[in-house]
Design a protein around this ligand. Structure first.
Ligand code: IPM
Ligand code: MG
Length: 352
């Protein structure tokens, strides 16, 4: 079982270290790890945020454990050299189109939510975010109009097959949960969203057991803080999913807690090939201080075991250990506690 480990930039290095220690602690036979550079780290060492060698190591693996990318020093670079292109490149090159971002309140952490505890307690949702299309991957430019004014533009589009395949992921996820799917779009304004909605309705015919509703993204942002318990599975496009998943993290309590999986169609010998990463970024402001919460990455490693390596029992063990340390009050800086990055890793390993 080959895992490509791509720690990346800033706190990506620190949180990935802890997730790898947790995997090591499980003592899984036949697991091999191969490290490679991505992001600003790779740009400094090799002149590109996603060097060909890194892409090949990722492609040849059964699963990828990814930290985070991003570095203010790179803000002036041409877009194709910026650190973010590493994660966008991996998602598109490896056709990892389905992003699963679960958000569930942890027992004992209700008071950490940005919401009232009795509202936060209800949160148990899965955001299914499309990852290969939308305004992220359309043509884009900053150009100059004939009259000399500068204009920035980004093309937003979805083809029907792109919508159909992510809709199927959403419906199947709902079948495995509470049978409710909320498709989030902006069909009252955007043609991209109108097609999205039309195709989701077509796909719904194959899933009579799933209750489908449609919601505009602005309303979804409101419902997420007003009544998050109403959501079971949300399926949405790349941009809306990016925004709503950050919002969901603060409803749970901290962006340092939410894990994610990026999956495609490719099967490995053990499960579905995928990339696993915390939903947070490289947080250069706290990098190197031991203040990063590795929980999201540790939980991403659990998702890796579940989806790519077929090791459900080991995944559940990690999740139970994380739930226990949080319930016991082992809290990082992001949650008002003092536990350092490595101490959180130690605590999880001790509970395993
Ligand atoms: C995420 C991140 C990325 C995204 C960035 C780093 C390109 O915000 O995974 O949510 O926008 O998808
Ligand atoms: Mg994001």
């Amino acid at each position: 079982m080959k895992i490509a480990v791509l720690p990346g930039d800033g706190i990506g290095q620190e949180v990935t270290r802890e997730a790898v220690r947790v995997l090591d602690a499980l003592g899984l036979p036949g697991l091999s790890l191969e490290y490679a550079d991505v992001g600003a780290t790779a740009w400094r060492a090799h002149g590109h945020p996603l060097p060909p060698a890194t892409l090949e190591i990722a492609r040849a693996s059964d699963a990828i454990l990814f930290g985070a990318v991003g570095d203010f020093d790179c803000d002036h670079l041409e877009r194709h050299l910026r650190p973010e292109q590493a994660i966008l490149g991996l998602r598109s090159e490896l056709t990892l189109f389905a992003n699963l971002r679960p958000a569930k309140t942890f027992d004992g952490l209700e008071a950490m939510s940005a919401l009232k505890p009795e509202i936060a307690r209800q949160i148990d949702m899965l955001i299914v975010r499309e990852l290969n299309g939308d305004v992220y991957f359309g043509d884009k430019a900053i150009d100059t109009l004939p009259d000399g004014r500068r204009r920035g533009w980004d093309m937003m589009s979805y083809t029907e097959d792109e919508v159909r395949r992510i809709a199927h992921v959403g419906f199947r996820a709902a079948q495995g949960r509470n049978g409710r799917l909320c498709s989030v779009d902006k069909a009252n304004v955007l043609e991209t969203s109108q097609l999205w909605r039309d195709v989701v309705i077509e796909v719904a015919a194959e899933y009579p057991d799933v209750a489908l509703e449609h919601m505009y993204v602005d309303n979804a942002a409101m419902q997420l803080v007003k009544d998050p318990g109403r959501f079971d599975v949300i399926v949405t496009g790349n941009l809306f999913g990016d925004i709503l998943s950050d919002q969901a993290s603060m409803c749970v309590g901290s962006i340092g807690l939410l894990a994610s999986a990026a999956l495609g169609d490719r099967q490995t010998d053990y499960g579905t090939f995928g990339l696993y990463e915390p939903i947070h970024g490289s947080a250069p402001d706290i990098a190197g201080q031991g203040k990063a919460n590795p929980t999201a990455t540790i939980l991403s490693a659990a998702m890796l075991l579940r989806h790519s390596l077929g090791l459900e029992r080991q995944a559940a063990r990690i999740e139970a250990a994380v739930a226990r340390i949080l319930a016991e009050g082992v809290l990082g800086w992001d949650l008002g506690g003092t536990a350092a990055t490595a101490q959180i890793g130690d605590a999880v390993i001790a509970r395993l």
